[in-house]
Structure formats: C-alpha cells, structure tokens
Design a protein around this ligand. Structure first.
Ligand SMILES: Cc1cc2nc3c(=O)[nH]c(=O)nc-3n(C[C@H](O)[C@H](O)[C@H](O)COP(=O)(O)OP(=O)(O)OC[C@H]3O[C@@H](n4cnc5c(N)ncnc54)[C@H](O)[C@@H]3O)c2cc1C
Length: 239
C-alpha cells in the first residue's frame, strides 16, 4: 500500500532554551548553579541564545535533545538519514517484522505526477516484488532467519518507521544540509517538517536554522539552486 510521510515531535528536553542558556551562563559566571538557575529569566534566554549562536559557541546547545517519530518514509531515506552520526535511531526491523499480505511503499512525487497509469504500473511492480519476497519466505526457514534473507529482494521504496533523537546542535547541522534544495526530496521534506516542529517549542534556538541560504550564505558554489529568495520566503511562512 502506498503511504505518506508522518513526522511527530515525541519528546524534548524540558525547557530546552532555558537549559541551553543555563549551560552557557555557567561558562561565564562564578555563581553556583542554583543562583544561576534563578537568574535566568525568559527575556535573558532569547537574547543569550541568539548571542551564543552568532558567536558560534554551540556546545551548550547540545544539552537540549529532541525525539521524533518518523513514519511513511522509504528505506532510501533511511540510508541517508543514518549517515548523521550524532543521532540515535531505532528502526523497524525487516528481520523481526515480516511483510504480511504485501508491504507498504513510497511513491516518488515525480512518478505520481505522471498520472494514474504510471502509478498503476508502479503498484504492479511492487506487487511483483512482493511475490518474489513471498516466494523466498515460503522456501526459507520460518521466522527471523527466513525474513532476514527474503528481505534482500525488497526495494528502496519499501516503507520504514523510526524514532530518532538529535540534540539541537546536530539538528542545526542536519537542517543546514538537508533543508537545502540540493538535498534529495524525501529527506528534504522530512527535515523541513522537523524544523517546523522544533521552531514551535524552541523558536530562539532554531531561529535562523535551515539551509545555509537562510542562516548565512549558500555554500553550494556552481551547484547553487539560485532560489535563496524562494527558500527564505518558505522559511518565513513556517516560523
Ligand atoms: C546533498 C547531499 C548529497 C550527498 N551525497 C552523498 C554521496 O553521493 N555519497 C555519500 O556517501 N554521501 C553523500 N552525502 C552524505 C554526506 O557525505 C554525509 O555523510 C551526511 O550528510 C552526514 O553529514 P556529516 O558527516 O556532516 O554529519 P554528521 O554525521 O551528522 O556529523 C556532524 C558533524 O560532526 C563531525 N563529525 C562526525 N563524525 C566525525 C568523524 N568521524 N570525524 C570527524 N568529524 C566528525 C563533523 O563535523 C560533522 O559535520 C550527501 C549529503 C548531502 C546533503
């Protein structure tokens, strides 16, 4: 069955911005933590965080973590997102979870836009692949041993789900790379949804996060998409 992207912010550090501001203040103060904690007001937090980020003093932002549930994404996205090493992942297993009665899959928008005949053809291909998978399931040992080998014939389009945790510093780096128009469409869509969610709960921390053309300057040189104005407009619409 064809499925679509779902991104949910499951959990995050309690008072993420205050936590970051407290950690940063500690670096520059002789006070004890209790006094510092009482001294950090809401007004302080926004100014302090903005200053920290502009100075590139980013290690305090590592104290705020954000956990997302991501569903309706392809194994192709999985290969890309797990390249981000400063993150924690739990991913639906193709060994322990057998695809019963078919597998869910993602249809790329470019294929969707070709119309209903193209989508039918794509679905037919997925059904054929499922037939290959089922054939191996029938031939191989029952249980996880069979599943782990039968899954070799499943495509990149096969749906996966994951729970992902990143700290704010890694998220900012992730948004720089993956919200950029040069990133592949599926991870880009996922990254923008994640950004939209964290902006709601930590607007100061993620103010200016996103592709480099939003925060500073495009670094893609000759490969630039040349659409910085459009990207900025989109960013402002989700803030
Ligand atoms: C548009 C685009 C195209 C891409 N194309 C390809 C491709 O064709 N082939 C391919 O293989 N990959 C490709 N990638 C993936 C890319 O090379 C990175 O693996 C991925 O983006 C993770 O980035 P990262 O290593 O900076 O981040 P993370 O793993 O999230 O790490 C964050 C930062 O921590 C530091 N860090 C982490 N680990 C180490 C370490 N071991 N040593 C030193 N510093 C470390 C680095 O400063 C790093 O930037 C592509 C990525 C993008 C965005």
């Amino acid at each position: 069955m064809n499925v679509g992207l779902k991104v949910k912010l499951l959990r995050y550090t309690n008072e993420p911005e205050k936590t970051v501001a407290l950690a940063a203040k500690l670096c520059y103060s002789d006070s004890d933590v209790e006094n510092l904690h009482q001294g950090v007001t809401e007004k302080d937090v926004s100014g302090f965080i903005k200053k920290l980020i502009s100075m590139g003093h980013l290690s305090p932002t590592e104290h705020a973590s954000f956990t997302f549930a991501i569903e309706g994404v392809s194994r192709s996205l999985l290969a890309q997102i797990t390249r981000h090493r400063i993150a924690s992942f739990s991913v639906k297993s193709q060994r322990y979870v057998r695809a019963e009665g078919g597998f869910n899959y993602i249809i790329p928008p470019a294929i969707k836009s070709l119309g209903s005949d193209a989508q039918k053809e794509y679905k037919k291909q997925m059904d054929i692949i499922y037939g290959f998978y089922q054939g191996w399931i029938d031939k191989l040992e029952k249980g996880e041993k069979g599943n782990e080998d039968a899954r070799f014939v499943l495509p990149n389009a096969a749906e996966t789900k994951m729970i992902l945790t990143m700290n704010a510093r890694e998220l900012m780096h992730f948004f720089n790379l993956r919200c950029c128009k040069r990133a592949q469409w599926e991870i880009r869509e996922t990254a923008w949804k994640m950004l939209e969610l964290v902006l709601k709960v930590a607007p100061n921390l993620f103010c200016g996060a996103g592709p480099l053309c939003v925060s500073t300057k495009c670094s893609e040189g000759a490969m630039t998409c040349g659409k910085a104005a459009e990207v900025k407009e989109y960013y402002n619409s989700i803030k």
